[in-house]
Design a protein around this ligand. Structure first.
Ligand SMILES: C[S@@+](CC[C@H](N)C(=O)[O-])C[C@H]1O[C@@H](n2cnc3c(N)ncnc32)[C@H](O)[C@@H]1O
Length: 253
């Protein structure tokens, strides 16, 4: 089913390089976010804190759209027979028109946020993106109007607690993701992790949290990935029973 994505193939990295600010520490996180979005295919994406990461998020949505078109045509193309056993046809019944909303107050002189718009235009991604210029505090209503529930959020500011308090209920409780930059290896970040863990109770324990530490760095050195699954219903038994290559004997002792 896999179709190629543009990020790796059309000079994308050269075009976005001017946005890379080394002390922001997103050189690995940006491609990580790209591939997460390529894998989980969210429809509504929020970024708080623009810059190098912004075109990666938008390009992932564009590449998802292209992949879905190709995959949809493969469902009926006899030449694609070898790939078809992996396809879940019901998935393709739904239209895929994703949107990225970005919130940034554009007041940080060190940030490449204001220049991200020009790069998005160069990459012909502007149609997928809407920017809300202003503080994240008090902007959740505008975000909700534009996105509804958020399938994938990414926050890269010092104001994570304010964000969590105001936006948590907007993260889709049926499997929505929230990625948070840089919560490891310093006390304030640990306090925020503690706060995130305290959200598990109200979610009935149904919250997944993973920390990706970049052990070669002293700061701006982690991404925390949270998945809200309170209302998530796993689509069980998608694969026809008795399919070739099924594992056998896994329950035998
Ligand atoms: C660390 S930089 C983002 C780096 C970017 N993700 C990258 O990969 O280059 C933080 C950004 O968040 C914005 N920002 C910080 N606090 C904010 C707030 N309370 N509301 C809105 N934007 C904020 C700043 O203007 C800045 O552009």
């Amino acid at each position: 089913m896999l179709t190629s994505g543009c990020m790796t193939g059309n000079g994308f990295f050269d075009k976005v390089k001017p946005l890379l600010v080394p002390e922001m520490g997103t050189e690995s996180t940006a491609p990580l976010l790209y591939w997460l979005i390529r894998a989980v295919r969210p429809r509504s994406v929020l970024e708080v804190g623009m810059g190098y990461t912004t075109p990666f998020l938008a390009q992932a949505l564009r590449d998802n759209m292209d992949s879905i078109e190709v995959e949809r045509s493969m469902l009926t193309d006899p030449a694609s027979e070898p790939f078809r056993p992996l396809a879940f046809p019901d998935y393709y019944d739904q239209p895929y028109q994703p949107k990225l909303v970005c919130v940034d107050r554009m007041a940080d002189p060190a940030s490449s946020a204001p220049r991200a718009l020009g790069i998005l235009a160069e990459l012909e991604l502007t149609d997928l993106v809407e920017v809300i210029e202003g503080d994240l505090r008090g902007s959740s209503g505008k975000v909700r109007d534009r996105l509804g529930l958020i399938d994938f959020g990414w926050i890269d500011t010092w104001d994570t607690i304010a964000f969590l308090r105001e936006y948590w209920s907007l993260i889709n409780p049926a499997g929505g993701f929230l990625a948070v930059h840089y919560l490891m290896t310093y006390p304030q970040g640990r306090a925020i992790q503690h706060y995130i863990n305290s959200l598990k109770g109200p979610e009935g324990g149904r919250l997944e949290v993973t920390n990706f530490l970049e052990p070669h760095k002293t700061y701006q050195n982690s991404t925390t990935l949270i998945r809200r699954i309170r209302d998530f219903q796993e689509p069980v038994d998608l694969r026809p029973f008795g399919t070739a290559n099924d594992p056998v004997g896994v329950f035998e002792t």
